[in-house]
Design a protein around this ligand. Structure first.
Ligand SMILES: NC(=O)c1ccc[n+]([C@@H]2O[C@H](COP(=O)([O-])OP(=O)(O)OC[C@H]3O[C@@H](n4cnc5c(N)ncnc54)[C@H](OP(=O)(O)O)[C@@H]3O)[C@@H](O)[C@H]2O)c1
Length: 506
């Protein structure tokens, strides 16, 4: 008996989450994301029996490659895994095709159409297609326009095979470009066919935040300005910019992390309970939060944010270069590799509760967490009592920790903070799946709950634009202002603005 047969609930869930036969077309198939994330995620879904029969992938890029060479990328990735069933892998690889050509070339789309029709006939994929833009963002509009021109986009809900488009981040580089991209995409696709991906939303812990808040009663009474002093969201990386100097010089940390991933986390912490767990209900609530974020007035641009750029330093006892010494980075670069920003959400629940978001490269460790810092008790009976903290670890070691005071055993009435710890690995005995697995499956299922909607993206850029404009117009004289391997510039400590507030050292 298989495990699904033994467990009807699991069997039911599995059936519920099996998509219709389809083809995923990946633009940028010779790139880093396809190799490291997309193909392994699809393979994991196949191993988990979550993919439909006949499921196929067509990879597109200019690099000349045979179908077999394209398949070999996945063979290499899985080579060391002793649990792989070779016959299942071979079967999966038979559904992988490579189509060499340039995104700019209209003829490429004509031959792509012919290949997709052939796959429909041979593998029963019924004209169902998801197009994944895994290229530099400058190609996104071209891909969309050419797909439309080549007649590769079926209108939504015609019943003649579905078409969806997945757009990687960054979705625009400011409000104007995001609006322009939205207009281009929505000339060809219906909003319901568009999946703007933010892989943070595919992470188990991030989804668990919704379960934590909305499947348990204990938090709701405390989850507001009466009991919460501040919220700290940290996304720290110990790596520098690696080979991505040119991209980073254009983007900077605020565009790369805060405008998307971190604002997404903020909305999930702050949103009101949606009426249902469906795409529009959840996203309606997230958009309300973004619209309630207090705009950055001129005064707050000077006081409520700190930028940084790393100088040479040490990570794990090894010497590392400063940002300006990295490959393909200007020696006088003004790009920020660190930012800390104080947000306020002007609504009934959160008025005057600061949300501190910080992120940086070359910090001491790679860690992402959301820390809900509760207020201290109103009247201190015990000298050493500390404020409680709920820390939600997004990576690594996914889980959450509640820190509260307990009595130290002994005759005196002394207390100190102790931890109640929940770890995904220990509690469920499985490692959380990679975010791309969940999100790719959702695309194939037509579930856009965990993808950003048009108004959400534009609301986020409306918040971020003034920061970018201000920093752009006032070059940072103080750069570099933190050593690699430290927790960022000293000025970030002042941002918390209170004796009792400190950044957590996760
Ligand atoms: N890598 C990551 O970890 C990561 C994480 C999150 C988001 N993203 C986003 O995912 C996207 C892809 O990132 P990546 O790191 O995979 O980039 P990448 O390694 O630079 O890959 C870019 C891909 O685009 C293809 N390409 C470039 N010009 C082309 C053209 N004219 N016609 C057809 N194909 C063309 C390249 O193939 P050829 O040169 O062979 O044509 C290559 O396959 C970006 O939007 C990035 O921001 C990446």
């Amino acid at each position: 008996m298989t495990d699904t047969a033994a467990n009807p609930l699991r069997a039911g869930l599995r059936l519920e989450r099996t998509p219709t036969p389809s083809v995923l077309v990946i633009f940028g198939a010779s790139g880093d994301l396809t190799k490291r994330k997309l193909l392994p995620a699809l393979w994991a879904l196949c191993e988990d029996r979550s993919l439909p029969p006949g499921f196929s992938v067509v990879g597109i890029a200019r690099t000349p490659m045979s179908h077999e060479q394209f398949r070999q990328q996945l063979r290499d990735t899985t080579a060391a895994d002793k649990t792989v069933d070779p016959s299942v892998l071979d079967n999966f690889l038979q559904g992988l095709y490579y189509h060499s050509g340039s995104i700019d070339d209209p003829n490429m789309y004509i031959s792509l159409k012919a290949l997709l029709e052939q796959i429909d006939k041979e593998r029963g994929t019924e004209g169902n297609r998801a197009f994944y833009c895994s290229t530099s963002p400058s190609f996104f509009p071209k891909i969309v326009e050419q797909l439309g021109r080549a007649g590769l986009v079926t209108p939504n809900a015609t019943g003649s095979g579905w078409t969806r488009i997945v757009v990687e981040k960054p979705f625009g580089r400011d409000l104007a470009s995001a609006k322009e991209l939205n207009q281009t995409v929505l000339k060809v696709f219906d909003e319901k066919q568009v999946y703007r991906i933010d892989h943070y939303l595919g992470k188990e812990t991030v989804q668990n935040l919704l379960v934590l808040r909305f499947a348990n009663t204990i938090w709701e009474t405390n989850w507001n300005r009466q009991y919460i002093d501040n919220v700290q969201i940290t996304v720290a990386e110990s790596l520098g910019v690696e080979q991505r100097g040119p991209y980073y010089e254009e983007a900077g940390l605020v565009r790369d992390m805060i405008a998307n991933h971190m604002l997404q986390l903020l909305t999930l912490v702050a949103m009101e309970p949606p009426v249902a767990f469906d795409a529009d209900a959840v996203r309606d609530e997230k958009v309300k939060v973004l619209r309630a974020v207090r705009p950055f007035s001129d005064g707050r641009l000077k006081t409520d944010m700190v930028r940084g750029q790393y100088a040479p330093g040490f990570i794990d006892a090894g010497k590392v270069a400063g940002y300006r010494q990295e490959a393909k980075v200007s020696p006088t670069s003004n790009t920020e590799s660190y930012a800390a920003v104080k947000f306020f959400i002007d609504n009934w629940r959160w008025e005057d509760v600061p949300f501190f978001l910080r992120s940086g490269k070359r910090l001491p460790k790679r860690v992402s967490e959301i820390a809900i810092q509760f207020k201290p008790v109103p009247h201190r009976l015990f000298q050493d009592s500390t404020a409680d903290v709920l820390a939600i670890r997004i990576q690594p070691d996914e889980g959450m920790t509640l820190q509260f005071d307990a009595k130290v055993p002994g005759q005196s009435m002394r207390e100190r903070p102790v931890l109640m710890d929940f770890r995904y690995g220990t509690s469920f005995d499985v490692a959380p799946a990679d975010a791309y697995e969940r999100l790719l499956l959702d695309v194939l299922l037509g579930d856009s709950t965990l993808f950003a909607r048009r108004d959400e993206v534009e609301a986020a850029w409306t918040i971020i634009d003034p920061i970018l404009r201000y920093w752009n117009s006032t070059p940072a004289q103080e750069f570099p202002n933190y050593d690699a391997g430290t927790w960022g510039p000293d000025a970030a400590d002042d941002l918390l603005g209170g004796q009792h507030r400190r950044w957590r050292r996760p």
